[in-house]
Design a protein around this ligand. Structure first.
Ligand code: OGA
Ligand code: MN
Length: 293
């Protein structure tokens, strides 16, 4: 059992994110320790633990403390025999990607084109690319959708309050394909499982009650009660506001990091600044969430 006394929380100083120190995720966490971690997670949107040596079973067990674990639809990108673990990786074996090589390469929040998007995604860094001069590559940038909501012009807040935006998985994938390219296959089965869905433009965090901007350019194809010609440019404007550097935290990965993000309070972007010869491998476990309101 791991007790809370050794644990401390160090906010990044950015609009979101905190490092949790003094916790070994290979050990069982007592309920007080877990409670403090969960509270920090709900508050900071992104939390991370450095230097973790954990098995996939331990990562899954930690994830289960937050809710039921989701099995990703991209089954060919999951760890063999452990479908709870999605491999986020550019590594190829026998000419084929072992995982998802295009995960997160445009701004997004995970599976927001689903009726019930996940509460959180938990990445364990197994291999992190480095340039010849030692520079770490493959950072992930997070933007606080809560801080972005708070800073929105009052006129926009009242204009969009109570409105819903339509999220399309197909539009998201086509936008990513156009912007950076896709390595996954978008199958008719995926599309059938994810018909377009409407979510509130301003989503409320189920624990803290904070309001969060919940639209993504490319994926959101309209806003209820608004002409497409007005809605699409407005979505782009909201998106540009959301990704303003003042709302961001940029994570520079180290092998052994365990980092998790809240898919309500933040959006994120995988920086694809490394090629095919430098290896990057993350183990991702995803936890189910609740229907956005
Ligand atoms: C993801 C994702 C970002 C990264 O797994 O959902 O967006 O930097 N990953 O790997
Ligand atoms: Mn993602």
């Amino acid at each position: 059992m791991q007790a809370a006394a050794s644990m401390s929380i160090a906010p990044t100083g950015a609009a979101l994110g905190a490092e949790i120190r003094g916790v070994d995720l290979a050990r069982d966490l007592d309920s007080e320790t877990f409670g403090r971690i969960e509270e920090a997670f709900d508050r900071h949107g992104v939390i991370f633990f450095r230097g973790q040596t954990i098995t996939v079973e331990q990562q899954i067990a930690f994830a289960r403390r937050f809710g039921n674990v989701e099995i990703n639809v991209n089954t060919q990108a999951c760890l063999q025999g452990r479908p709870e673990v999605l491999l986020v990786s550019n590594v190829k074996e026998n000419g084929r990607y072992i995982g998802l090589a295009d995960a997160g390469t445009t701004w997004h929040t995970d599976m927001s084109a689903y009726a019930c998007p996940p509460r959180c995604s938990i990445l364990h860094a197994i291999e992190v690319p480095r340039a010849a001069d030692g520079t770490v590559l493959g950072d992930t940038i997070f933007a606080s959708a809560a801080a972005a909501y708070d800073a929105l012009a009052p006129e926009l807040k009242s204009r969009l309050e109570g409105r819903r935006s339509t999220h399309s998985y197909l539009a998201k994938m086509m936008a990513r394909k156009a912007a950076v390219g896709l390595t996954r296959e978008v199958t008719p089965e995926h599309l059938e499982k994810t018909p377009p869905v409407a979510h509130p433009v301003f989503r409320t965090h189920p624990v803290t009650g904070r309001k969060c901007l919940y639209v993504t350019e490319g994926e959101c194809i309209g806003i209820d009660g608004m002409a497409e010609a007005d809605a699409v440019p407005l979505i782009s404007r909201l998106h540009r506001h959301l990704i303003d550097p003042r709302f961001q935290y940029r994570h520079r990965w180290r092998v052994g990091d365990v980092l998790m993000w809240d898919n309500c309070t933040c959006q994120h972007l995988a920086v694809r600044d490394y090629g095919e010869s430098l290896r990057r491998l993350m183990h991702r476990v995803t936890v189910n969430g609740s229907v956005p309101f």
